[in-house]
Design a protein. Structure first.
Length: 326
């Protein structure tokens, strides 16, 4: 509704994404943010010049900045604003659907980078489910419990991950975490335990290699439990060049607003991980807000940063219209 009020040709696509199109011309720019948020209600209010509320930073703030910046059509530029569904879930349904469509000339992913910075890389992600089952035993029986067997497998998985990038730090390091564990589950006949293992993967390591490593570790398990392994979700790492016309347009536009642009790489994932390999066009992630507030109970967005981001985005769209070496 808000995009319609601003002159966009608004619709909902087959995945449920909110779509707003404005302008016509040979150059197509997609501004893709996401409309879902993580759980947790935070009372919405303006406090000391900041908008407080769930999604203010991740990522309704960036998406609102997209809509505001694109509201004035730029001659020669067709802008598509996408409010994608299910980014904050393993399915990423919204981005995966858009990836099946024709690539635009430029794409900006709506994620908090701070108004004067551009994100050009995200780690990949792999989530694995490891399930153990064995015949039920009396609690006083000798030997490890099914849950202890599961913890033994986790220790071997974690050791293998740490070994891979032991000499690296920061963005180049492979992160492996035990995201969840369940144990002590039994129906009186079979007892079960389950692990949820999560990786954050730097460029140079493929999700398939890690999944195969987990499967091999589980296959070598010599305890009494049968072990099954399942991939729950995966996205490959993504990195885009800092020298594309789109990245240069951001650098110039941030300079116009009064700052020196910086580039960021992030340990999380975003819809860039899906769209960059599918589209192959110049792409960055950008949006107002401090990502340290993502998913926290104190999520907030400085309104002055929001206004600066709108100005930067308008400058980028103007440069697209000027034919900035697309």
């Amino acid at each position: 509704m808000r995009m319609s009020e601003r002159g966009f040709r608004a619709s909902v696509d087959d995945a449920g994404n909110a779509i707003g199109e404005i302008g016509v011309g040979p150059r197509h720019v997609v501004l893709l943010g996401h409309i879902d948020t993580v759980a947790g209600e935070i009372p919405v209010r303006v406090e000391n010049g900041e908008l407080v509320g769930r999604g203010a930073v991740d990522a309704k703030g960036p998406l609102a900045a997209f809509v505001a910046a694109a509201s004035d059509a730029v001659p020669g530029v067709h802008v598509t604003v996408v409010g994608a569904v299910e980014e904050e879930s393993p399915t990423s349904k919204g981005a995966r659907y858009r990836a099946t469509l024709a690539a635009p000339d430029w794409c900006v992913i709506g994620e908090p980078s701070s108004w004067d910075a551009i994100t050009v890389a995200y780690k990949g992600r792999l989530a694995m489910r490891v399930a153990l089952a064995r015949e039920a035993r009396h609690g006083a029986s000798p030997g490890p419990t099914c849950t202890e067997e599961a913890l033994g497998i986790w220790e071997r998985i974690h050791h293998a991950a740490v070994t891979r990038t032991a000499a690296e730090s920061g963005f180049a390091r492979l992160d492996c975490r035990l995201e969840a564990i369940q144990g002590g589950m039994t129906d009186g006949l079979v007892e079960r335990a389950e692990l949820r293992v999560g990786y954050r993967i730097p460029p140079g390591i493929a999700t398939r290699d890690l999944a195969e490593e987990v499967a091999a570790i589980c296959a070598r398990h010599d305890g009494g439990a049968d072990v099954t392994v399942e991939t729950v979700a995966s996205e490959e790492p993504a990195r885009t060049p800092r020298t594309t016309p789109l990245a240069r347009a951001f650098v110039a536009s941030i300079g116009e607003v009064g700052a020196r642009a910086t580039f960021k790489v992030k340990s999380g994932t975003s819809d860039m991980n899906i769209l960059a390999p599918a589209w192959g066009c110049p792409m960055v992630a950008y949006g107002p807000g401090d990502s340290r507030y993502d998913h926290t109970p104190i999520e907030r967005l400085a309104l002055v940063d929001y206004q600066h981001a709108i100005s930067v985005l308008r400058g980028v769209l103007r440069r697209a219209g000027e034919g900035a070496s697309i």
